[in-house]
Design a protein around this ligand. Sequence first.
Ligand code: ADP
Ligand code: MG
Length: 754
Amino acid sequence: MSKMRFFALQELANRKPLEVTPPSGKLSDYYGSHVFDLKKMQEYLPREAYKAVTDAIDKGTPISREVADLVANGMKSWAKSLGVTHYTHWFQPLTDGTAEKHDGFIELGDEGGVIERFSGKLLVQQEPDASSFPNGGIRNTFEARGYTAWDVSSPAFVVDDTLCIPTIFISYTGEALDYKTPLLKALAAVDRAATDVCQLFDKNVTRVFANLGWEQEYFLVDLALYNARPDLCLTGRTLMGHSSAKDQQLEDHYFGSIPPRVTAFMKELEMECHKLGIPVKTRHNEVAPNQFELAPIFENVNLANDHNQLVMDLMKRIARKHNFAVLLHEKPYQGVNGSGKHNNWSLCTDTGVNLFAPGRNPKGNMLFLTFLVNVLMMVYKNQDLLRASIMSAGNSHRLGANEAPPAILSIFLGKQLSGILDEITRQVGDSKMTAEEKTTLKLGIGRIPEILLDTTDRNRTSPFAFTGNRFEFRAAGSSANCAAAMIAINAAMANQLNEFKASVDQLMEGGMGKDEAIFRVLKETIIASEPIRFEGDGYSGQWKEEAARRGLTNIRHVPEALMHFVDNQSKAVLIGEHIFNETELNSRLEVELEKYTMKVQIESRVLGDLAINHIVPTAVIYQNRLLENLRGLRETFTSEEYDVLSADRKELIREISHRVTAIKKLVRDMIEARKVANHLPHYKDRAFAYEESVRPFLDEIRDHIDHLEMEIDDEIWPLPNCYQTVMLNACEASPESKSQQEILHYVQDDRAKR
Ligand code: ADP
Ligand code: MG
């Protein structure tokens, strides 16, 4: 056994669950204790400042410098009561995480000595260097500054000794360099468009909010074993390693009892979330070994997304304390389920109506149907934009694999609801509707709530499923910023609703009654969007063929999928609804393509190094042992006996030699392919070259290594096996942590069973 593996396993053997002491008092006492929420604002701000902030939140009115000074002062007093010494503008650049630069409150006083100061100016705006973040060529070299600006709608919070202020991040020339800026614009666009449509039904509606409930899937692995796998540390996934004899086939992990070490981690994570006002609620085991899920109660999209970003950060930190590494990658292990982040999305009016839930009366049901049908059309028309918004190097391993939504977009409504839509298309004829026809139709629509009440329809294979009062976008990846999907969905919905409203208005201007005009446009929309509705098994091969017949797109090629950010329909939505300007959209594409290139490049380099420095030498050592063995056999036996006894070993030596030679050649060719790709002048061509001529090497090299792993003596294999990194549960079966000896036995036992 290699030293690295030995120590990793030894450490694992000594792990016990950490003691977690909850804060004193009930959950409701400490919930939100670290958030500068409305209650604290009321306590710490003068009345006029409090009013100005709530107006800014509710109506988007600007905040004056004087008021900002008052707010900053109040924030500082509150933060100091928690022992805070620093503040930071917390923002979401186009990387895989958040960014923060901490500054102390400390300043030199006029009379000598130091004072603690936090002014409105510092609260409202800062100037980080934009050139150090992905900017897709927006930055001019002579002007590298960027600005962060306070997002009043998301409350400040405290982590450790630092006051964190959620901000947007833009370039000196005003272009967005983050996820939050376009997200806020998309939310404003859908608010306007949806309010306009609601007004057809109810004049009291003045605002529409989008909600998001994310479900975060993740893996936990022991820190020691993680540290012994350079591929996990550097790329977030295992680039080699055959799958375990037992993984998820017995279906014994999903909703299974949670191991004590993991429970301790979850408890601490939940406590920290609750202090930060993140309403996490659900935790359970997921399908794959050591895969878990965490989900909060839904909130408005902007806040929910800030919370998801914060949670991903907290997870990593708290996991370390518990000697775990958390894997947020979409596919850390080949052969078992990957991780997604379902985005549950709904629209809700300021009168308290969920627009994706049937109403209490026929009018409410019409409103519901209108929004439902517009979602169908939105997804149908914007399949490519939605796919582009969730496509990434990591997620591409999930999409189209047999445990995850396919790269084909479709919507699952359930049989009954589909039936109602079909009825509308039948009932609304070409001529003017009679009063009787309208009544029949409305009666049918009136039945929706009962119908939905007994639908227990659930379709786990649909990438965009209607689940009773919301849509669930299941194709999003576990490591992604939800904003990417939420920008696309809400902008596309705004665009669709605007078109719907324009069509209804046009008919009404031509003299048609409102109800009839709505029915007519609904009918057309239902018919036009029909190909996107699919009730069957989204993972099946037949669906791929059927989808192709329907003209739905199915793109697994990452750069090709990403290029749809700038196709005509996406431009109509993203530029047309003023979410991005042309420069911003192009820069986004460039950032995504470059990110893809870099990720594949890193994977390729890590795999190449591991193959040449770890795997090939190990194979040669083992081969020499076999050769030594052959020499011994020859000395011991007659040549006839020798021929019989040595045949299998010769075969193995031959096989190992072939694989070693193949690996060395593949790595050389892969390096050549990288060189060619790296020399291409345009980022688009580089991404395509990485997808088409570098990435295929990863699987080919892996295949040889995985065979060698099974052929070579486990004693000398240099890395922990994939199944060892996820065998935590087995080690924890007994309440006392197992001895090192027992663990080694377990490993050997498991090997014997393979
Ligand atoms: P599942 O069966 O898909 O696991 P859950 O009950 O765990 O469903 O809920 C998943 C997420 O959906 C939670 O975050 C929940 O708050 C959210 N959710 C529920 N209702 C809505 C809604 N109307 N809008 C948005 N999200 C919602
Ligand atoms: Mg779900």
